[in-house]
Design a protein around this ligand. Structure first.
Ligand SMILES: Cc1ncc(COP(=O)(O)O)c(C=O)c1O
Length: 400
């Protein structure tokens, strides 16, 4: 008898796990491994935010709070939406969870019935389809090729929508491609959604502040106010404020949905950490000057990595608008042989070869739903990035 729920059979083990396990094994065996697979800024949480967390502990702010976030934090979040996105939300339209990840998951638990479809542009963040499957829904992956900047085209969205479609997930800038939608591109997608009144949008704006080259960031509820009533805008402090370990994310949307998500959270994890909430209030209300400074540093690294990779025969690396990832194509290397005669059959074979031959850990594109590519996270030092790119170049040159 299988004791586990039937739905578990539909959820795949994380496709990044095999490569991570191999990297760990090689490291334990004393190999020099450079990991470009982590999805978090390498900067410390700013001092004022850390101090707010410490002060919360010292004053005894260490008890349960309202299950979906205390009012001061909800007000700070409303302030952020007004200031940065021109969006009006009331505290009753805000939910706070233990990371953006929990906000997304709560939303799916709250809305998906068996068979409901969720349109997910690929390449996508690995957790979206798995969350949909965990909620008995059907992930509908729509390929967004490199030629279209890894972005969903309105005609492809239109073709993917069926009477069963519940959500479109947007993620701009994107993990893993770094692609960000311009206002005009969002407007064009919004036009399609206006035709399909039953489809809602879950926009994951987690990388809003990691944008380059004067890119003008916009989010869909701001671009098309007629979609405000069917948009869940998800964001958090993890990436912008270097607070991945504090676990605070938030969502804003129609009160009925927010209430349902709160009901789920009140019966599962209850409130996000009280200390982290205090730190998040300081993050959102305090000085914001380090945000563009971090973005400039990330931009330098993006340019370094893109320039170095584009000198490698067989690789092609587009220059993305944001986030701290690049998503190069390794199409030119598929079918080649390694020095010991093994054929590179796909992007998974390529990343395995990079790890085994040069000790560079990256994630293959098939994990994100669009092959043959691989994802590099450049949230590490210039020195390490130079070393990693030199190793990748050496490995590629050795292929025949
Ligand atoms: C696209 C995307 N959304 C959401 C998250 C989750 O963020 P959080 O740390 O707030 O749960 C991540 C984290 O890697 C991400 O890349």
């Amino acid at each position: 008898m299988n004791f586990l729920a039937d739905r578990l059979a539909r959820v795949k083990p994380s496709p990044t796990m095999a490569i991570t396990a191999l990297a760990t094994e090689l490291k334990a065996a004393g190999r020099d491994i450079i990991s470009l697979s982590v999805g978090e800024p390498d900067f410390d949480t700013p001092a004022n935010i850390r101090a707010a967390g410490i002060a919360a502990i010292e004053r005894g702010d260490t008890r349960y709070t309202v299950f979906d976030g205390r009012i001061e934090l909800k007000r700070a979040i409303c302030g952020k939406f007004k200031r940065e996105n021109g969006l009006d939300y009331e505290p009753s339209q805000i939910t706070v969870s233990s990371g953006g990840k929990q906000v997304l998951y709560n939303a799916m638990v709250a809305t998906l019935s068996p068979g409901d479809e969720v349109v997910i542009p690929a390449p996508y963040w690995v957790s979206y389809p798995e969350m949909v499957l965990l909620c008995d829904g059907e992930p509908i992956s729509v390929a967004c090729s490199q030629n279209n900047g890894f972005k969903l085209r309105p005609e492809d969205l239109d073709a993917a929508v069926t009477p069963k479609t519940k959500w479109l997930i947007l993620n701009s800038p994107s993990n893993p491609s770094g692609a960000a939608y311009t206002e005009a591109e969002l407007k064009a997608l919004a036009e399609v959604l206006l035709k399909h009144e039953h489809v809602w949008v879950m926009t994951d704006d987690m990388y809003e502040h990691v944008i380059y080259d004067d890119f003008k960031y916009t989010t869909i509820a701001q671009v098309e106010p007629r979609l405000y009533e069917r948009t869940l805008t998800v964001n958090g402090v993890s990436k912008a404020y270097c607070m991945t370990g504090w676990r605070i994310g938030y969502g804003a949307g129609p009160t009925q949905l927010i209430k349902a998500m709160g009901a789920i959270q009140s019966n599962s994890t209850a409130n996000p950490c009280s200390i982290s909430q205090a730190a998040a209030i300081e993050a959102l209300n305090g000085p914001q000057d380090f945000i563009p400074k971090h973005a400039r540093l990330f931009q330098e690294r993006r340019d370094l990595v893109v320039d170095l990779l584009n000198q490698v025969p067989g690789l092609y690396c587009p220059r993305p608008e944001g986030a701290f990832y690049v998503y190069p194509s390794c199409a030119g290397l598929i079918g080649k042989r390694t020095p010991d005669g093994k054929m590179i059959e796909d992007d998974e074979g390529f990343v395995r070869y990079l790890l085994e031959s040069e000790g560079v850990a990256v994630v293959h594109g098939a994990a994100f739903g669009l092959a043959p590519h691989f994802r590099i996270s450049y949230a590490t030092s210039n020195e390490e990035l130079r070393d990693a790119c030199a190793r990748i170049a050496r490995a590629c040159h050795a292929l025949r």
